[in-house]
Design a protein around this ligand. Sequence first.
Ligand code: NAD
Length: 344
Amino acid sequence: MTQKHILVTGGAGFIGANFVKYFIEENENVTVINLDKLTYAGSLENLKDVHSERHIFVEGDICDRQLVENLFVKYDIRGVIHFAAESHVDNSITGPEAFMQTNVIGTFTLIDVARNYWMDAPNSYKSGYDTCRFHHVSTDEVYGTLGETGLFEETTPYAPNSPYSASKASSDFVVRSYFHTYGMDVVTTNCSNNYGPKQHDEKLIPTILRKALQGEQIPIYGDGLNIRDWLYVLDHCKGIALAYETGKSGETYNIGGRNEKTNLYIVNSICSYLDEKYTRKDNSSYKELITFVKDRPGHDFRYAIDASKIEDELGWKADENFESGIVKTIEWYIEKYKDTGILQ
Ligand code: NAD
């Protein structure tokens, strides 16, 4: 079968690795060139369940223009799905520079190389390249924070509050400008908080699980009442694939699971599940380990997505709700921690 080569960036990270596996299995005629710098957040472990000749891993930086240009020529790249980013808000507070570099300059470098490779002038694709698309994976954090009510829609004005969300908002605008200025075929998806297998240990749900299973204090910011809209990672991957394949050029699509939960609800439900299935030796509840710690500076209160556009226009729907997705997630981490010796 004739193979179409697409470039996936950040495919050794949490969402990218889940996506690469899903996308390769779903598309027999696609070969994925997976470009990842393998920062602390990326790991080849995340790709050990991808067994396909249609997956080619390249270690490298999206900011390295020469490397990116070489990959476009070598593999005749016909599409880009761009995940690579610095993604942890806490790290953006202590070290914002890497976020500006990778998220802003890296996105610019990629899309600019793609434009040069696919197009010969504004609004003019080279012959045979007119179906090449640049898909930008972004976050709902670009919209800032919500009060008790309301939802983020695609038309909600951008109001990023952290260096992370500011860098992602900037990258969204770079991508938008390539549609309006050059007539490039671009799509952006803005998603809410993901959870599921392969997430880095530093994030909330893996931290809760690891600390609980090790019998250590489980740190929760502030009063634990901040609200996030949680989406199982595979549902996000399906939404990205759908928008990449059928989304309208120049459009943005919000993806979210309609699963608004406080951090306290998350930690309590994980502890309840563990209490039942992995009862502690002294019969005490894992909930006794919950400890409130000083809040993150500038901590956004609430994020919640209105996903009607992708649901109504493209027919996307989340398959998991929080209750079903969290069980799969907990069991996956239990296996991982058994393998790494954290859990006996
Ligand atoms: P992650 O931190 O787990 O993975 C990021 C990956 O990008 C890593 O493998 C890392 O090595 C790679 N990378 C970083 N800098 C690079 C560079 N300069 N060149 C090449 N590779 C580089 O992140 P994630 O949670 O999988 O997020 C993926 C994308 O989805 C990001 O763009 C993020 O903004 C977006 N997003 C994430 C969430 C979420 O809840 N995790 C929600 C919405 C949107």
